[in-house]
Design a protein around this ligand. Structure first.
Ligand code: ADP
Length: 244
């Protein structure tokens, strides 16, 4: 479903991604782990073209972007609509209620009818356990609740793949579980997901495959059992020994 070929990303002189190749099947949950600065966030942002890769080809289903050639904004926008992104810092609109935050994309970007969108948004907020908080503003919600609104907001656009960029790392420890539970439920429903996280428990329990990234290359990839209990590469072993 997702194919990445020869992906490079450079910021000025700093080459952050050095030729990544990857295929992701529909319905799979891929967890990216690796040291700080290894390029995980950059990779995720390239997948939805929040960063423009320097070189490479990315496909989601039948939409393909080849970054060796100029690409129109329209094609980028269409490509990006296939993905939903959840950020570390929630990025909710502070002046809108939970419900309005979830409705915003479908109404303004997709021009869908408000009545239809409202029903879907309510259902999504129910699904993430916030059916009783529809009219709350972000400042009235805990971090974990805000992040669940963030997930509902991304889902409201009906994406084919959900991208999570360290979704729990800004949360107090006692709030991490409620967000991971929503993510696990999504995974169990068959959503295709690419997740950057430091939550190794989530990786062990929910990932179909774990990718270890270091210095802009995929050093090792495999089933979580294999990566965590029997890593092949010295760099993976060293990283895991530091975090476990
Ligand atoms: P990770 O998510 O693995 O911690 P990042 O993808 O955030 O790594 O960053 C990889 C490297 O790219 C870091 O050295 C970081 O400083 C650099 N970097 C990320 N974004 C930018 C940017 N917009 N401009 C310049 N350098 C950046």
């Amino acid at each position: 479903m997702i194919s990445v070929k020869g992906l490079y990303k450079q910021f000025d002189k700093l080459e952050v991604l050095k030729g990544l190749d990857l295929e992701i099947e529909r319905g799979k949950v891929i967890v990216l782990i690796g040291p700080s600065g290894s390029g995980k966030t950059t990779f995720l942002r390239c997948l939805n073209v929040l960063e423009t890769p320097t070189k490479g080809v990315i496909s989601i289903d039948d939409e393909t972007l080849d970054f060796s050639n100029p690409i129109s904004n329209k094609r980028v926008a269409s490509f990006r609509r296939q993905t939903g992104m959840v950020f570390q810092s929630y990025n909710l609109f502070p002046h809108m209620t939970a419900l309005e935050n979830v409705m915003e994309g479908p109404v303004t970007v997709k021009k869908e009818s408000k009545d239809v969108v409202r029903q879907r948004a309510e259902a999504l907020l129910n699904k993430v356990g916030l059916g009783d908080k529809l009219d709350y503003y972000p400042f009235q919600l805990s971090g974990g609740q805000q992040q669940r609104v963030g997930i509902a907001r991304a889902l409201a656009m009906d994406p084919k793949v959900m991208l999570f960029d360290e979704p729990t790392s800004a949360l107090d420890p006692e709030l991490v579980g409620e967000v991971l539970k929503v993510m696990k439920d999504l995974a169990n429903e068959g959503m295709t997901m690419v997740v950057v996280t430091h939550e190794m428990r989530f990786a062990k329990e929910a990932a179909d495959e774990v990718l270890f990234l270091d210095q802009g290359v995929i050093v090792e990839r495999g089933k979580p059992e294999q990566i965590f209990s029997n890593p092949k590469e010295a760099r993976t072993k060293q990283f895991l020994s530091l975090i476990e």
